[in-house]
Design a binder for this molecule. Structure first.
Ligand code: PLP
Ligand code: SF4
Length: 481
């Protein structure tokens, strides 16, 4: 904890940072301070953001408290082009990027607030922050223990392999984002504690692993946001896959990103934007598919001219854009928002793919929506769009045993139940098989559910325990993605 998290006092460094973020009025007009080049805005700029001046001092202080625990990062595009400041705090993009008091439990908030108010020593504040972060389930779904591949050479850094067909790759240069989502389950990777990080240093580990796993058809490059990487770094990972026969079996390259929301210039006017598009074109013309897995929570995220241009340019490379996002309180917990979002996506050539249930980490209490309600949102939204938008599946929970979809709520012989099924399973044979849980209106995650009809266990439980090496997983809440 440095002074950047405290309320007062601007150092030279702060002033330089503010200028770099584009807030210095005295500086000459350059791409940097018109916001045309990417510069992050962080917690230390909270006093310089002109749009925040209309908030009360208390509200700004609350932001500083929350952003000392949960990561905060924004940029000029998000602030100037996406957020409607006349609609703050309700604006959805404001909600997903700016820290809100309710994101911390009251006791935790007060603890940090008190320490900051009395200018407590950095060591003491850091210790409090560390304890609070540890309580927020920094590693949901056992992602550190369960899914890291083991080979004869040991563990393969930066990879996760949970479902047979798809390998996840976390390039070390992509472990940040153009802005941070306040609900993100990857928050632990951004707060600077090395023990929280999952990262790769090498392309060769990835390539060797893929070459020796002929069952794998999909590579999913994820992060953070891999689109923060320079094109020449992306090339190091992708180029070898294009024409080396060792990678014949890799048919689909997916790239998970929120850059279409947070920084569409990545695909339009960044210095290496054209190179990136040429690289993607090279992959698609080699006969492999490129899927941009775009994260959109709300239709307001892709309504700008520059976002439309980015979408057009990406599609021109032969890449397909698919969209996915969690349902979140304060942001998109209404069927109308989803229906409008899917309709507009289809019109832009984007294919709706997944609606997720918010996972059990970070500011979950603030954003969580009960399963029953998420299902109702999905159901009402899907009914009101044409078949072209009904490609979206969900609501889906990414839990330890797999991706579990809430198919619906039904009454079977007088018992109200959730009908569930696996969309992905640690064992591929679980996929598609319906199963039942007792209805529970307050449940927000799989671990809150009990088997229906008085049964003792869900059908997969014994096998799951075996697969996870008997590791005691008190709930099924722990997995990647
Ligand atoms: C969601 C997910 C995938 C991809 O699953 P699809 O259903 O093929 O999109 C792969 N690996 C992990 C760990 C995931 O959570
Ligand atoms: S990893 Fe994705 S969800 Fe998380 S902060 Fe980055 S852009 Fe947002």
């Amino acid at each position: 904890m440095t002074s950047e998290h405290q309320t007062s006092g601007h150092t030279e460094e702060d002033r330089a940072a503010s200028a770099a973020a584009g807030f210095s009025s005295a500086a000459a007009v350059t791409p940097e301070n018109t916001g045309e080049r990417f510069n992050p805005i962080t917690a230390k700029h909270l006093d310089d953001i002109p749009q925040l001046e209309k908030l009360s001092g208390d509200d700004r202080f609350a932001m500083k408290v929350v952003s000392s625990v949960l990561p905060f990062r924004s940029n000029r595009y998000v602030m100037d082009s996406l957020i409607d400041w006349d609609n703050v705090p309700a604006d959805p993009v404001y909600q997903i990027t700016f820290p809100q008091r309710g994101m911390l439990e009251e006791g935790d908030f007060d603890r940090v607030a008190d320490l900051m108010k009395r200018d407590a020593p950095a060591k003491e504040i850091n210790a409090a922050i560390g304890e609070i972060r540890d309580k927020l389930n920094p590693h949901p779904a056992g992602q550190r223990e369960l899914n890291i591949p083991q080979t004869e050479q040991g563990t393969v850094e930066g990879l996760q392999h949970k479902y047979r067909e798809t390998v996840l790759f976390f390039p070390s240069q992509g472990q940040t984002c153009h802005a941070y989502c306040s609900f993100c389950f990857r928050w632990a990777q951004f707060v600077g504690d090395k023990t929280y990080k999952i990262a790769a240093n090498e392309a060769s580990g990835l390539h060797d692993y893929l070459a020796s796993h002929p069952d794998v058809s999909d590579l999913l490059i994820t992060g953070g946001d891999p689109m923060v990487m320079k094109t020449r770094v992306m090339e190091r990972y992708l180029h070898p896959l294009v024409d080396d026969p060792r990678f014949e079996h890799i048919r689909n390259i997916r790239i998970g990103t929120k850059a279409l929301t947070f920084w569409p210039r990545r695909f339009v006017s960044d210095p290496d934007a054209d190179d990136l598009l040429r690289l993607l074109e090279k992959v698609t013309s080699s006969g492999k598919s490129v899927a941009i897995m775009a994260h959109f929570n709300h239709w307001r995220e892709f309504g700008t001219d520059i976002a439309h241009e980015a979408i057009r340019r990406l599609r021109d490379t032969g890449a397909v854009i698919r969209s996915q996002a969690p349902a979140l309180a304060h942001v998109n917990d209404s069927p109308d928002i989803w229906a409008r979002m899917w309709r507009e996506q289809v019109a832009l050539g984007i294919i709706p793919y997944y609606l997720f249930v918010e996972r059990d980490t970070g500011a979950k209490n603030y954003f969580e929506v009960p399963l029953d309600k998420v299902w109702t949102i999905y159901n009402h939204a899907v009914r009101s769009v044409s078949g072209l938008a009904r490609t979206v599946r969900g609501p889906s929970m990414s839990a330890t045993p797999g991706k579990v979809e809430v198919l619906g709520v039904q009454e079977v012989h007088g018992e109200k139940v959730f009908v569930l099924r696996f969309l992905q399973g640690r064992n591929p044979e679980w996929v598609g098989r319906p199963f039942f849980a007792a209805f529970n209106p307050n449940a927000t995650w799989l671990n809150h559910l009990e088997p229906a009809f008085g049964e003792e266990k869900f059908f997969f439980e014994d096998e799951l325990a075996e697969m996870t090496g008997g590791a005691s997983i008190p709930e099924f809440s722990v997995a990647a993605e």
